[in-house]
Design a protein around this ligand. Structure first.
Ligand SMILES: [Zn+2]
Length: 252
């Protein structure tokens, strides 16, 4: 009888200590969805303090939880909210939508609507197919300097390789969680976007992918340039530093 009581007492004390330890050691304990608010080291995970986020692969249920980023290891994945066009989307940051411009590529423009470029709607659809409602990794190029925001991207004044373009859009490489598909590459591969000559470490690589798509007449290269000659393609999309002077070409 005494032994049983002692065993019961030890068990109760042990449970008590364990519960106390959990409460003390886990100010960042996750809820039933594997989610919680960020309390410390938030910057390390690309979160702001108190930003609600989730860990691991617990299934997502409530609307509120769907917009939380997910963290695997030390990597923060953002949920895609909206596709704007073939190279622009929004993702949830702390419950708000942040516009992301895919770095190093350029898809045909969808606006103004009456002047929508050839293959712009297909490019938009393709981006939707690749990332809609998915969690994505948003990565900078190492040439991007966060202290020089607002100087590159479409309509840039110069290509300095910075964090945002002058519209406040984050310039990022986008990779889909799980499949590890590089969205920027996929779009160029399929002829949905061209290499964009901003100063990134990927310029040459993307240009090669673009040329391969051109050769196979994929996407816009088959659909939009049927009657046009190579010279026209080059003039439409000059590479920085390799601008074609259409008069100069005919001299000498
Ligand atoms: Zn956390």
């Amino acid at each position: 009888m005494k032994i049983l009581n002692a065993a019961a007492a030890i068990t109760i004390i042990t449970i008590f200590i364990l519960v106390a330890a959990v409460v003390v050691a886990s100010p960042e304990k996750t809820d039933k969805f594997g989610c919680h608010k960020c309390m410390k080291d938030c910057e390390k995970y690309s979160l702001v303090k108190n930003e609600y986020h989730c860990h691991g692969s617990v299934s997502v249920q409530s609307q509120n939880i769907q917009i939380a980023p997910r963290i695997y290891g030390n990597t923060t994945y953002r949920r895609v909210a909206r596709i704007i066009d073939g190279d622009t989307l929004t993702a949830y940051f702390n419950g708000n939508q942040q516009v992301i411009r895919l770095l190093g590529i350029n898809a045909p423009e969808t606006s103004p609507k009456e002047k929508a470029e050839c293959y712009s709607s297909q490019a938009t659809e393709q981006l939707k197919k690749l990332v809609a409602t998915k969690f994505v990794l948003l990565e900078k190029d190492k040439l991007q300097n966060p202290n020089r925001a607002g100087t590159i991207g479409p309509s840039r004044s110069s290509d300095l390789g910075d964090d945002k373009d002058k519209y406040g859009r984050l310039l990022r490489y986008v990779t889909v969680i799980g499949t590890n598909v590089s969205v920027n590459e996929e779009l160029v591969n399929g002829g949905f976007a061209k290499a964009y000559p901003s100063l990134t470490t990927k310029v040459e690589e993307y240009k090669k992918l673009e040329n391969a798509a051109k050769e196979k007449k994929l996407g816009m290269w088959g659909e939009c340039f049927k009657e046009k000659k190579n010279e026209t393609l080059t003039r439409l999309f000059p590479l920085k530093g390799k601008r074609i002077d259409k008069y100069g070409e005919h001299q000498g």
